[in-house]
Design a protein around this ligand. Structure first.
Ligand code: CU
Length: 123
């Protein structure tokens, strides 16, 4: 029970940290829309996400099984996605330039972890 509560506290702190970090980056930009992404061994759905150049979106990330991560190297984003039933992670992304930007899982989640990736397509 104590371990569970401590885990919840860690998640809550991580969530606040994510909000404060992304809040600093995008204080002027309100997201035009939210995009839900579900992570599960070993893929994201959807795995291809189209965003217009200049648009700010908010990703709402949930897991259908274990802990995963959402890492967008080009945007400096790396957030923990809590396991199924333990909540969600939200992070904002502003498409400042056109291109294809890879995202990947950043928490070791099993044999197919390295295959777990997707792409943000900015046009
Ligand atoms: Cu993984």
């Amino acid at each position: 029970m104590v371990v569970l509560m401590r885990r919840r506290l860690v998640w809550a702190l991580a969530f606040v940290l994510v909000l404060s970090l992304t809040g600093q980056e995008d204080t002027a930009k309100k997201p035009a829309r939210t995009i839900s992404i579900v992570a599960e061994r070993f893929f994201f759905s959807p795995s291809k996400i189209k965003v217009k150049e200049g648009e700010t979106v908010e990703f709402v990330l949930t897991s259908d099984d274990t802990d995963h991560g959402f890492h967008v190297p080009a945007a400096g984003i790396d957030v923990a996605i809590p396991p199924s039933g333990k909540g969600e992670a939200r992070v904002r992304f502003t498409a400042i330039k056109k291109g294809n930007f890879r995202f990947e899982c950043s928490r070791a989640c099993g044999a197919g972890h390295n295959l777990m990736r997707g792409e943000i397509i900015v046009r």
